[in-house]
Design a protein around this ligand. Structure first.
Ligand code: PRX
Length: 636
């Protein structure tokens, strides 16, 4: 029988746990880690390095995370539902897997991977719809010690190729096609295009989902249903070292190409399990639903690993919130009796805009806890969520964290610590946030503002950026040595509650998806019309931030030609990154506001994009101050 994991139940218990985690992190985390299934226990709990970024947790321990997600639940929870799958189209039949069934499916997929030559340490790339096989294949990689790299199935062939080549993946798992709302995407065809420039890939495993004909390349591509027909239902779990890689997940930064954030076995397991249990306060018979795609970190940590580690029932949804109607989320909640619902401010804001009768048609009686993640939730959206979905009885956990932190860092614990609109709240035990000023000094007290940094290591801290540790060191530990730098600005307000103000670097957050402005500019600059571009974010009612691109073309763009050139630029971005990075506004300009040393003054472009044109600040240091007038006049 699995040992019990303690859970915080009262504010006093939170304060006590927090205190202990700060005073003696090693003791604290060794107690939290104790109840997991370990093949061998650790020699050292924590080796913190917030200067060089070489952080290690539970060194010397041996384990397999899937034994903790699956095997150890079999005795007590073998017949309990582990995974509920709700398809894109409500008329299609959904699927349900008990812990025993999921265990068998994962073992079978793991055997298929083995038979296709995948070994411990190999990188496997997954580009798939939100179907059970995505969850199963991800766990199957972990079962045999292969490193999974899931790519959201909205990225373009070029973006996939960049990620595959960076990780040197040897196998790709995909499907024939994908349904997302009313749209269909020929996923396998996108993979085929990507693989034209990916020499490391030896094999492609294709899951049949929509039944489309696809091209199968002899000697490289196999159908999953053929491969699985003959394999065993059990597969021994590979014994992994605590600091062996579990996965790579690509995310955008302020410079260059997206980087592969690396998380490792033991720390990730302990951290996602601990944060999941304590933030959401999920009970044994609850149905829990996280609406994120497994292609993002939220899907990794709180759709897949966190809930399964905790032995919960997790719901996976293939579709979108507005298909076939804007009542779909609420219908799914009633249909499956969802108790805990975790979604994004963008989804809430887009649903708020529809007739309230789409909500009122459902009882939502089962709901007990609501969550939000990915971007700041504005007060209006918070209140709508609280009143209309939570019926004023469900606490909202506004969870602040990042791909690099692996799990939730600052958030209310549902019903236990304060949940105040627009405040993420208090740090979780183990998290020591600080606010730094320009000089890198800690700003004390409440009612303070600064750069948000973390001054102690925690089990889920980023381990490296794949293949380039120096980039990891510089980005996260080199800015203020001795601190993990988040890239966010924050305020500490009444009672020590944190309010996240947004990114302070050149990262923009569009519908909870991160893009580097340089990444979008690089894509735009690939277009043959374009000489140079500058991209900034601006406030957007639904997406949180919109993308505003200022573009200089080879020749002045005639107004009659503008729509055609714009369409061509958008096409380039869609090919380079994917539809999700499409700018909301493109303005053609004859020049950009640059300093005499050639640096673009983004501050001015941001103000123009925000519509704050009366307050542009000092423009006297510009090489050509007149350009500002032209840009203001041409504002979209
Ligand atoms: O700016 C913060 C914002 O999202 C960034 C992290 O993005 P990503 O790595 O894609 O992870 C998203 C899911 C965890 C952060 O630097 N962010 C995330 N959650 C919140 C948030 N901003 C405000 N409030 C939040 N709850």
């Amino acid at each position: 029988m699995p040992a019990e994991h303690p859970r915080i139940r009262t504010f006093e218990e939170y304060q006590d746990a927090y205190q202990r985690s700060v005073e003696n992190p090693e003791q604290f985390w060794s107690e939290i880690a104790e109840p997991f299934t370990w093949r061998r226990k650790w020699d050292t709990v924590m080796q913190a390095d917030l200067v060089g970024g070489h952080n290690k947790w539970f060194s010397g321990a041996k384990l397999n995370i899937t034994e903790n997600c699956l095997d150890r639940h079999l005795e007590q929870r073998g017949n309990k539902l582990a995974l509920i799958w709700e398809p894109n189209d409500p008329k299609t039949r959904g699927l349900r897997y008990t812990y025993r069934e999921l265990y068998q499916e994962v073992c079978k997929f793991a055997n298929v991977l083995h038979n296709n030559g995948v070994e411990k340490g190999d990188r496997v790339c997954l580009y798939m719809p939100m179907i059970p096989q995505l969850a199963i294949a991800t766990l199957a990689c972990a079962r045999i010690g292969a490193v999974h790299s899931v790519i959201f199935a909205g990225f373009s062939a070029n973006a996939i190729a960049d990620r595959i080549n960076d990780a040197q993946a040897s196998v790709v798992i995909t499907s024939d096609g994908l349904d997302r709302g009313a749209k269909q995407i020929p996923v396998k065809r996108v993979v085929d295009e990507a693989l034209e420039t990916c020499p490391s890939v030896r094999g492609v495993i294709v899951v049949e989902h929509v039944g489309w004909p696809v091209h199968m390349q002899e000697g490289r591509d196999v159908w999953y249903h053929d491969e699985v027909a003959e394999v065993e239902k059990t597969c021994p779990a590979e014994e992994m070292e605590a600091e062996d890689m579990l996965f790579i997940l690509y995310t955008s930064g302020s410079t260059g190409k997206p980087k592969g954030v690396v998380h490792t076995q033991a720390g990730y397991m302990v951290w996602t399990d601990y944060t999941y249990r304590n933030v959401f306060q999920v009970n044994e018979n609850d149905v829990y639903w996280c609406t994120a795609d497994i292609g993002w970190v939220t899907g990794h940590s709180y759709l897949l690993y966190g809930p399964l580690l905790a032995g919960a029932t997790t719901l996976m949804f293939e579709g979108v919130p507005t298909f076939p109607s804007p009542g779909r989320y609420w219908e799914v909640i009633d249909k499956h009796g969802v108790n805990v619902f975790y979604s994004s401010p963008t989804a809430i804001r887009s649903l708020m805009a529809h007739d309230i009768n789409h909500v009122l048609a459902y009882s939502l009686d089962s709901l007990r806890v609501l969550g939000s993640v990915g971007e700041p939730i504005n007060e209006e959206a918070w209140h709508w969520y609280h009143t209309h979905i939570g019926k004023d009885r469900c606490p909202i956990v506004d969870t602040w964290w990042q791909t690099e932190t692996a799990g939730i860092m600052i958030s209310a614990l549902a019903g236990i610590t304060p949940s105040v609109p627009a405040r993420a709240g208090l740090p979780l035990p183990g998290v020591q946030p600080v606010l730094l000023n320009q000089e890198g000094q800690e700003v004390e007290g409440n009612d303070a503002e600064g750069y948000l940094a973390i001054k102690q290591s925690w089990p889920g801290i980023i381990r490296t950026t794949y293949g380039d540790h120096e980039r990891c060191r510089q980005t996260y530990f080199g800015v203020y040595p001795g601190y993990y730098f988040t890239g966010d600005g924050a305020r500490r307000e009444e009672n020590g509650l944190y309010r996240i103000m947004g990114r302070v670097d050149d990262v923009i957050n569009v519908s909870g998806h991160r893009f580097g402005t340089a990444e979008i500019e690089n894509a735009i600059n690939q277009n043959s019309h374009v000489v140079e571009s500058a991209v900034v974010g601006y406030p957007h009612d639904v997406k949180g931030q919109g993308i505003y691109a200022f573009v200089i073309c080879q020749d002045p763009v005639d107004p009659a030609e503008a729509p055609r050139v714009e369409a061509s630029i958008i096409e380039t971005i869609v090919a380079e990154i994917g539809r999700i990075a499409k700018p909301d506004k493109i303005q053609f300009v004859s020049g950009l506001p640059k300093t005499r040393s050639g640096k673009i003054m983004r501050r001015i472009l941001r103000k123009v994009a925000e519509g704050e044109t009366n307050n542009l600040g000092d423009t006297t240091t510009l090489l050509d101050p007149d350009i500002v007038k032209e840009i203001v006049e041409g504002r979209k």
